[in-house]
Design a protein around this ligand. Structure first.
Ligand code: HPA
Ligand code: ZN
Length: 449
């Protein structure tokens, strides 16, 4: 049972939900008092006299004493914990204005396109830079690095994928220790859980870390620890996808691949599959054909970013030459009718990222994305957040943006959720459990406009 959802089901103002949710997220981050927090939340949920009065935006005077105490002590600990995000700006909780908002929030979701390094918020970036003594670019040369808010502002104006990647690679340079990676991933899981994610398949970029002296094992130690905690605490299952950087050579990709192979990380399930990301145009998938062939031979799952900025030939080559089982982004599929029908027929999952596509100017607005066309043609797709700390939204924000642009029906969302489960890389029993959650969701929300 979702703790966060139990909070949301009572009549709190949006502001109170936000304060409570983040305070509770910090309790989880502090790891100490989740049991107490849980108990108090249930008590709170049962308090019928709860009102919406909230002079202090963080702590409502109407909160029962027990929860208020827990939250205040969480706040004071959080302000001292360099890994906690509470002190600075949290992305506000999503609230779209559509009639389906509650249903969309509750919909059991799978996320398949999330770069964990892309969940590094400017506030955590600045804090880790200070903690780890990592110099950021000189703010006289790039004023975006003057402050957290200047960087947030800069993120609103990316002009292209490469413009974004410039900041993405600088940002991740502050991640040094296994603890940094664990905190980053755990914070993502907390947020994903509060958005209704049940299963997440997460990209990471090992070359971007090993090339600046952070060992592969350090990255994996942190990510794996966060995965374990998320599963134990929220029942949120997850998989890792090792991405090759396409602006680096195939030989370099192979080094990263071999390191994971030599540690048995593909065979023991630590990593579920491979992917391909970074600058697309000029770096077509076939450059990486050999490492993809080796992965196929070894029975390792494969995906690749294709058809984001690149044209539909990138999609076709990912499928035909790299034999990928999925396509990440894939929005240019609409330019090739034959390919589109084939992707639909073969039930290849396309992992769409609406807010990313707008921020990186692949489309002018969410309504320009081929969501309706994919639905009409039977293309299997999921909705994802890509780099949420850079693109202004987590997964529920992306669901809401799609709903605001396309006004889908409950039945259409059910179909999307089922397709996302079928296209996941979890085992059959997990798929069955997730499908039944979606079935229960559909019964509960039947009749909602
Ligand atoms: N595209 C390509 N590479 C990336 C992205 C993306 O959207 N995000 C992080 N690396
Ligand atoms: Zn991506």
């Amino acid at each position: 049972m979702s703790y966060f959802l139990s909070l949301f089901s009572y009549s709190f103002s949006t502001e109170q939900q936000t304060s409570l949710s983040f305070a509770v997220q910090d309790l989880y981050l502090e790891r100490q008092t989740s049991e107490t927090a849980l108990q108090s939340a249930y008590q709170l949920a049962g308090a019928s006299s709860f009102t919406t009065s909230s002079q202090n935006p963080r702590l409502s005077r109407a909160l029962p004493v027990s929860l208020r105490t827990i939250i205040s002590s969480s706040l004071s600990r959080a302000t001292q914990n360099p890994h906690s995000n509470f002190k600075h700006h949290h992305t506000p909780l999503t609230m779209c204005k559509t009639a389906l908002h509650g249903a969309l929030h509750a919909l059991p979701k799978c996320e398949h396109h999330l770069h964990i390094e892309g969940s590094l918020s400017p506030s955590l970036l600045f804090r880790l830079a200070a903690l780890n003594n990592v110099p950021l670019p000189d703010s006289t040369l790039d004023p975006s690095f003057t402050s957290i808010s200047a960087l947030e502002e800069r993120y609103l104006h990316f002009t292209s994928l490469n413009d974004f990647l410039h900041y993405y690679f600088i940002g991740m340079s502050v991640l040094l220790t296994a603890g940094d990676f664990e905190s980053l991933a755990y914070e993502y899981f907390v947020r994903a859980h509060s958005d209704g994610v049940q299963h997440a398949e997460i990209f990471f970029d090992p070359q971007a870390h090993t090339h600046r002296g952070v060992p592969y094992k350090t990255v994996l130690e942190g990510l794996s620890a966060a995965q374990k905690r998320a599963e134990e605490e929220f029942g949120l299952t997850s998989k890792l996808i090792l991405c090759f950087l396409r602006h680096m050579s195939e030989t370099d990709a192979d080094v990263a691949y071999q390191e994971a192979v030599s540690l048995g990380h593909f065979s023991n399930g630590t990593i579920a599959g491979i992917g391909l990301d970074s600058s697309e145009v000029g770096f077509p998938p076939e450059i990486f054909r050999e490492v993809y062939a080796a992965a196929k031979e070894a029975g390792i799952k494969r995906t690749a970013h294709a058809g984001e900025e690149g044209d539909s030939s990138y999609i076709q080559k990912a499928l035909d030459i790299c034999h990928t089982e999925r396509i990440d982004h894939g929005i240019r599929l609409v330019d090739d009718e034959v390919l589109l029908k084939r992707v639909a027929r073969e039930k290849t999952l396309v992992t769409m990222c609406p807010l990313s596509n707008v921020r990186l100017r692949c489309v002018g607005k969410v309504a320009d994305l081929p969501v309706r066309r994919f639905l009409d043609e039977g293309v299997r797709f999921s909705i994802n957040s890509d780099d949420p700390a850079y693109f202004g939204g987590y997964i529920l924000d992306n669901y809401c943006a799609v709903q605001e642009a396309f006004g889908l029906t409950l039945a259409e969302w059910k179909g999307i959720a089922e397709g996302a489960i079928e296209g996941s890389w979890c085992d059959e029993s997990r798929k069955k459990a997730l499908l039944s959650k979606v079935g229960e969701w559909a019964e509960k929300y039947e009749g909602v406009a």
